[in-house]
Write a protein that binds this ligand. Structure first.
Ligand SMILES: Nc1nc(=O)c2c([nH]1)NC[C@@H]1CN(c3ccc(C(=O)N[C@@H](CCC(=O)O)C(=O)O)cc3)C=[N+]21
Length: 286
């Protein structure tokens, strides 16, 4: 296959070694990094994700707590738990797994998390910090995508990057990070008239739609970098991304697989944000 595989498992392993070393230092200084993960309801996919996050914490020497609640937990009770975790000195990151049950307003919940512990980077303030280039937590998935792109050694300055998808958690922050790296950025979405017209001009394509086969080989310029954020199931029930991997790998120069690409990096950047949060906390005390 002409395209080189960008291996998110390998990169995660390398980055997690550094995170573990930083965690060990913090622990020795009496400030072991701590992550609280809150899951409301029994969504089976969410159960798997939060278990992976908690396991990853253990692997790098973090303290972690997994709080599981029934789907009928009240919004007020959830907000109370967040208020307690906000002032818990053993906790440096708070992650409320999305999606939440319908009777809970996700935006109220996200904004209740102390900005200093918003390791998902989902709050309005974190979004503003990203947009204005201030220090703060970057959303884990787009942040991980940037790290994956960096491994190619290709400088994004002056390159044309096309993001497919405009969600608050991936598409929009992805556009901002690419812009900060001096790329020329186009954000495409469901109302884009001719998606292929845009993607064929792209040096970098980030597909974050949630629909398989959104990006096919005829839509890709030879030599492009293709990052696949999608998490879908094919007809056989196998995990697949938004990109027609088998076709696109013959055209692109670099491509991420699903699984083994963006997914593991999302968790790695969550760990990185959490260790950074603990480091900032320690620096404040000194
Ligand atoms: N507050 C919040 N923060 C999140 O970061 C968040 C969330 N809610 N809700 C759901 C999405 C989804 N997400 C994934 C993370 C890792 C993998 C991952 O590790 N995927 C593996 C495969 C896992 C498998 O085999 O199922 C891979 O791509 O190789 C997937 C999905 C984080 N999310």
């Amino acid at each position: 296959m002409p395209a080189q595989l960008i291996d998110g498992v390998l990169l995660s392993k390398q980055l997690r070694e550094d995170i573990a070393a930083r965690a060990a230092k913090l622990t020795a200084a009496g400030k072991q990094p701590g992550l609280a993960v809150i899951l409301v309801g029994e969504d089976p996919a969410s159960q798997v994700y939060v278990r992976n996050k908690v396991k990853a914490c253990g692997d790098v020497g973090f303290h972690s707590v997994l709080e599981k609640y029934e789907a009928d937990l009240s919004e007020a009770a959830l907000l109370d738990r967040i208020a307690a975790l906000n002032v818990d000195p053993a906790i440096h990151g708070i992650l409320v797994q999305m999606p939440l049950p319908k009777h809970i307003d996700p935006s109220k919940v996200i904004e209740a998390i102390s900005t200093a512990k918003d390791v998902d980077g989902y709050s309005v303030l974190s979004a503003g910090e990203l947009m204005t280039g201030l220090e703060g937590f970057r959303p884990c998935t787009p942040y991980g995508c940037m790290k994956l792109i960096e491994t190619t050694g290709i400088d994004l300055r002056g390159k044309h990057a096309v993001v497919i998808g405009r969600s608050n958690t991936v598409g929009k922050p992805m556009g901002m990070l690419l812009l900060q790296a001096n790329a020329t950025v186009t954000i495409c979405h469901s109302a884009t008239a001719d998606l292929g017209y845009h993607t064929r001009q792209a040096d970098v394509i980030v597909a974050a739609v949630g629909r398989r086969n959104t990006l096919t080989a005829d839509m890709v310029k030879p030599g492009a970098i293709v990052i696949d954020v999608g998490m879908n199931r094919d007809d056989a029930g196998k995990l697949c991304g938004d990109v027609d991997f088998d076709g696109v790998k013959e055209v692109a120069a670099h491509i991420t697989p699903v699984p083994g690409g963006v997914g593991p990096m999302t968790i790695t950047m969550l760990l990185q944000n959490t260790v950074e949060s603990a480091e900032r906390e320690l620096a404040k005390q000194r």
